[in-house]
Design a protein around this ligand. Structure first.
Ligand code: BES
Ligand code: MN
Ligand code: ZN
Length: 498
């Protein structure tokens, strides 16, 4: 879908469809009023007759509206005006785009972008519109022999801007929105791919192609390289599979050469069977999403490169399967991590932290300004926060605050959980420096405590995205989160958010 920005009045648009909003209790928004005036009150009449009451999620498609130059007018219900916030704005855009995709219109001019959203400016509304529109029309059908084709898909969306002096800001926001949407689409594609296709080798190859396309630096460490370095925690997870593990390293240099990089680390377990501590059979297919951390840091890198942000970034992806093959790690095994700290593996299903800890130690060599790891780390985080918020941990409060704020701005929210020392005790081992599981209580916290032991030399944050990276149920699939959060954090760091 193509996007463009335009300032102009709705009644003068020569498009296949003009989209305007109606609040609950039948109150027309300003663009709807302009259309109504041009149409000699025709829209107001229809609304008064009760065909559109403005309830959120409702739409009404009108043809041949007098006094206008467009073929159709789509009225979109916005709910109560006093409750109209970020979430309602997104819902209105989603409803509009989904409906447009089902009408005969190839192009549309949407004026919902002119609606006031508390605390949010035109740039926010444009970015959000593009992101939501791309999300609403996303499909993953490459493995269907019969594609579920949309009869007349929406090809072009023109976003209305009320004042001419907002145009420049809106154009920049459009570029940002497109970049973030692109990063999210990549993250969704990678997450949705079946685990027999998207294995560590596939991820490494994809990273190399992306690097070539975007002019990024890319290096793949093989098993032998990791053995030489002593990444035994990571390698212990790869013991039970025939798939060779990879450590993918990508670099984007948008900032000055002497500027310390921000390092993003993404968990890349391309399938998590649990290993010898085997998971139950029900829904085990969903463990193909256990590389969504990897997918989201790749997506964020793509977004940053497309936005040409003046920052230096490194992306690190430890990638392996977690399988119960004959050579698999046993509960009770002790391994020495790259940091030198030893780990007693009590549960082979707590594998994410084992690959991440070595990647975190590896990050030290980049002399990072900040390190953020992203991982579908614990089922307990899903229990705690559901699919609304990602779990956030940090060894520095200002970093946590910045990430929370970025999540709010992107409407891709996180919630700060504690990393207090009191929890570290749960990782005590009688035989090694620590165990890899903290027992039954505070699962997301003990997992983060484990990681914190490998992140002492830099500012570090951890996002547990087990609940937010994908949806179960009827419209099962990867969500592309937390690409929006991370991309907004980068925009904020680059000083490009207002
Ligand atoms: N990949 C899982 C976490 C997960 C579970 C994500 C369910 C999404 C949905 C992770 O590797 C795992 O298995 N964690 C264990 C840790 C436990 C053994 C300490 C868990 O959450 O049960
Ligand atoms: Mn696991
Ligand atoms: Zn896992």
């Amino acid at each position: 879908m193509e996007f463009s920005i335009k300032s102009g009045s709705p009644e003068k648009q020569r498009s296949a469809c003009v989209v305007v909003g109606v609040f609950e209790s039948r109150k027309l928004t300003l663009p709807a009023e302009l259309l109504d005036k041009a149409a000699g009150g025709a829209i107001g009449d229809i609304v008064r007759r009760g065909d559109m009451d403005g309830k959120s999620g409702t739409t009404l498609l009108l043809h041949n509206v007098p006094g206008t130059l467009c073929d159709r007018v789509l009225l979109v219900g916005l709910g109560k005006e006093k409750d109209f916030r970020e979430k309602e704005f997104g819902q209105a855009i989603r409803t509009a785009v989904k409906t447009l995709n089902e009408t005969g219109a190839f192009d549309a001019s949407i004026f919902l972008t002119e609606l006031a959203v508390k605390k949010r400016d035109i740039a926010w509304r444009i970015r959000q519109t593009v992101i939501v529109a791309r999300d609403a029309t996303y499909r993953f059908e490459q493995f269907k022999s019969k594609k579920n084709e949309v009869r007349r898909p929406l090809r072009k969306l023109t976003l209305g801007v009320e004042r001419r002096n907002e145009l420049a800001q809106a154009e920049q926001a459009l570029v940002q929105g497109l970049a973030i949407a692109e990063g999210m689409a990549l993250a969704k594609d990678l997450g949705n791919l079946p685990p027999n296709v998207c294995n560590p080798t596939y991820l490494a190859t994809r990273a190399q192609t992306l690097a070539a396309e975007l002019g990024l630096h890319c290096e793949i460490l093989e098993r032998a390289d990791m053995e030489k370095l002593g990444m035994n925690a990571l390698l212990s997870v790869a013991n039970g599979t025939h798939q060779p593990p990879k450590l993918i390293v990508l670099g984007y240099q948008g900032g000055r050469s002497n500027e310390k990089p921000l390092v993003l680390v993404g968990k890349g377990i391309t399938f998590d069977s649990g290993g010898v501590s085997l998971k139950p059979a029900a829904d085990m297919d969903e463990m193909k999403y256990d590389m969504c951390g990897a997918a989201s840091v790749l997506g964020t890198l793509v977004a940053a490169a497309l936005m040409k942000l003046p920052l230096n970034l490194k992306v690190l992806i430890p990638a392996t399967e977690n399988m119960p093959g004959g050579n698999a790690t046993r509960p009770g095994d002790i391994v020495a991590s790259l940091s030198g700290q030893t780990i007693e593996i009590l549960n082979t299903d707590a594998e994410g932290r084992l690959i991440l800890c070595d990647a975190l130690s590896y990050a030290e060599r980049f002399d990072p300004d900040t390190v953020i790891d992203v991982a579908t780390l614990t089922g307990a985080c899903v229990v705690a926060l559901g699919s609304v918020a990602s779990g956030l941990f940090a060894n520095k409060d200002s970093l946590a605050r910045d990430l929370l704020e970025a999540g709010d701005e992107a409407h891709d929210r996180a919630w700060h959980l504690p990393l207090w020392d009191d929890y570290q005790e749960l990782l005590k081992s009688p035989f090694a420096d620590m165990t890899n599981t903290g027992g039954r209580w505070a699962g997301p916290v003990t997992a983060a405590c484990f990681l914190s032991r490998f992140a002492k030399k830099f500012d570090w944050a951890h996002l547990d995205i087990a609940g937010t990276a994908w949806k179960s149920g009827a419209d099962k699939g990867a969500t592309g989160r937390p690409v929006p959060l991370l991309a907004h954090y980068l925009l904020q760091r680059a000083g490009q958010l207002n």
